[in-house]
Design a protein around this ligand. Structure first.
Ligand code: GLN
Length: 252
């Protein structure tokens, strides 16, 4: 269900993530290898967020159709370079709308966020968590989906000054307590570091010698060079270092 990736390092064409690698995000949209918890393809929209040199906030491109149907994107992606990218392809959870605004990344200021998974018992299971948010945040959710609410919960913590990894970990703990069995692979970047969680879905990373780090639901290139992140982990990566620790208090 859904595939996402984040890249941080020297500027590269977006195509090097979306189209060129053997198991590119485009390929993962129609031939994913490791879908868990339902879903076979990721055809319900996609989104790309990327930082451009000197620009303080990222640009975003989202669509509600399958990535492979966008005939303009390959050219744009070949011509656009970035040193920080977050991209996702979506397989809508049953009952959730297929609209552009439901496609990750969700964004505010420098933040780009994606969720791969599903909140069990949505929306009743997390009504109490949602009630703790300012009403304005609930009324302005990007879409009536679990992922948009998760972003509101993470964003609330980021606004309060929490470290990105801590914000993700807190949300995973709270949501899994309220809705056991939820699948919560979260991915977040601010252009300088990447934070990610694993809870129910696959995730791997690759740190290349030239100071680049790639985090992705499925390896984009032959697996041997990639490291699989164990379930129920928190990953925090900057180009120079990748740290993976267990998500405290979580059992599968
Ligand atoms: N539940 C989310 C949605 O419908 C994410 C779906 C997924 O990971 N497949 O958008």
């Amino acid at each position: 269900m859904c595939r996402h990736l984040a890249y941080l390092g020297p500027p590269i064409p977006l195509a090097d993530l979306l189209f060129t690698p053997p198991h590119s995000l485009e390929r993962q949209s129609w031939a994913p290898r490791d879908m868990r918890g339902g879903g076979t393809i990721n055809a319900d929209g996609f989104g790309i967020g990327w930082f451009q040199a000197q620009e303080p906030v990222p640009l975003r491109y989202r669509r509600s159709a399958a990535l492979w149907t966008d005939s303009t994107l390959p050219q744009l992606a070949a011509a656009t370079r970035s040193g920080c990218v977050l991209a996702a392809v979506r397989s809508a959870t049953v009952g959730m709308p297929v609209v552009e605004t439901a496609a990750a990344p969700f964004t505010e200021d420098r933040w780009l966020f994606s969720h791969n998974g599903k909140v069990t018992g949505w929306p009743d299971s997390v009504a109490a968590l949602a009630a703790a948010l300012p009403v304005r945040d609930l009324l302005t959710l990007d879409a009536p989906t679990d992922s948009a609410l998760l972003w509101a919960l993470v964003r609330d913590r980021l606004r309060a000054g929490l470290e990105p990894g801590k914000a993700l970990a807190e949300v995973v703990t709270a949501v899994r307590a309220a809705a056991p069995g939820s699948r919560l692979n979260l991915l977040l970047t601010d252009g300088e570091s990447i934070a990610a969680t694993t809870a129910g879905h696959s995730l791997s990373y690759l740190a290349t010698g030239d100071g680049a780090v790639l985090v992705a639901s499925e390896p984009l290139t032959p697996d041997a060079a990639w490291t699989a992140v164990p379930d129920l982990s928190l990953l925090v990566a900057a180009p120079a270092a990748v740290a993976v620790i267990a998500l405290e208090g979580q059992t599968s």
